[in-house]
Design a protein around this ligand. Structure first.
Ligand code: ADP
Ligand code: TRP
Length: 319
């Protein structure tokens, strides 16, 4: 792998059953962007971010494995992609602390995720408040050029950019590179079965590795609104698989027949997801593969991040 290639960094928290919103909003880009060999990709399991909400050791272990299997099943190739666990590379939390010392409370209080939690009157952990600093460390440690994420993560990338600038200014250095978000606008938000953003916390998901029956059940539960010409919630999910021209013909043909439209959507979903589901099932039978992938990812991620940390420690005067 050439050192000259632009670096791509992204991660996902191992906090739940993955749904097609995660896939079309974020993960598919990982595959498309990393398959061409254009980037040097680092993709990880954000287990320390997940620890804010998931405090059960068994669940952490299981979901971490599931996420690695998902990365492999959707087509990330560990020969080209450094796949690792955030907690395996202690530089992430070390750099997070350094960023804490140059970041103010009022700045972090402006983050959407914090404001949402506050508006809901939730009791917020220090880790949740500090979430954007750990994420800035994840990104900046590897000199990321692009960070593919869903639209809801855009502010976090901006915070990482601000933090890189602030560090460079404070310590009169150019240690950190400013990353760019990469958001696919046409599928920026995948709607769920209730028409609102698909999210595991809203119970409106279509599972990524669900059986055909599970897919069918989710699709049949899509809320159909008869006020317009077509069932908008079905249509918006269907757009992930067919062009508008194709869909317009289909929806005209079956005008008013929501059952037929949903059945076509089930077919389209199942055809698209079946090969990934098969790969996932195969990985479940071969647990060693996940261990090997994480072991080699750890080695490579540690080597790269340690070089960056040496520059950081020098810049701040602890080395
Ligand atoms: P959830 O909202 O289900 O809790 P996460 O917050 O863990 O999902 O998101 C993981 C990744 O998937 C993020 O990059 C996020 O932007 C993306 N994502 C999640 N839900 C959607 C959606 N409905 N549409 C587009 N992208 C999504
Ligand atoms: N916050 C991201 C999410 O909820 C996950 C994440 C953690 C991430 N660290 C990252 C994404 C670094 C991109 C880069 O989806």
């Amino acid at each position: 792998m050439s050192e000259q290639k632009p670096v791509l960094v992204s991660g996902i928290k191992p906090t739940g059953e993955l749904h097609i919103g995660n896939y079309f909003g974020a993960m598919r880009q990982f595959v498309e962007l990393t398959n061409g060999g254009k980037y040097r990709p680092f993709i990880f399991v954000a287990d320390y971010h997940a620890l804010n909400t998931m405090q059960d050791a068994e669940e952490m272990r299981r979901r971490t494995r599931e996420l690695v299997m998902t990365y492999l099943a959707i087509g990330l190739d560990p020969k080209d992609v450094v796949l690792f666990k955030q907690s395996d590379v202690s530089a992430h939390t070390e750099l997070c602390w350094i960023f804490d010392t140059i970041t103010t409370m009022p700045y972090l209080q402006r983050a959407h995720a914090f404001k949402d939690a506050e508006a809901k009157n939730k009791e917020i952990s220090v880790g949740t408040f500090n979430y954007p600093m750990l994420m800035a460390a994840d990104i900046l440690l590897y000199d990321a050029d692009v960070v593919p994420v869903g639209a809801d993560q855009k502010q976090h990338i901006e915070i990482a950019r601000d933090t890189a600038e602030k560090f460079n200014r404070t310590f009169k250095t150019d240690v950190f590179k400013l990353p760019e978000p990469h958001i696919m606008p046409e599928v920026a938000v995948v709607p769920g079965t209730d028409g609102k953003k698909m999210s595991k916390s809203s119970g409106n998901v279509i599972p990524l590795f669900g059986s055909r029956d599970e897919i069918a059940k989710a699709v049949m539960s899509i809320v159909t609104d008869s006020s317009g010409d077509r069932p908008e919630n079905v249509y918006q999910i269907h757009r992930l698989f067919r062009s508008d021209v194709n869909l317009n013909a289909l929806y005209d043909e079956h005008r008013g027949n929501y059952k037929a439209l949903k059945e076509t959507l089930i077919e389209d979903l199942d055809r698209y997801l079946a090969p990934m589901r098969a790969k996932y099932e195969e990985l479940k039978e071969n647990p060693d593969i996940v261990e090997e992938v994480l072991e080699s990812g750890k080695r490579e991620a540690r080597a790269v991040s340690e070089t960056k940390m040496e520059q950081v420690r020098k810049a701040i005067g602890v080395a």
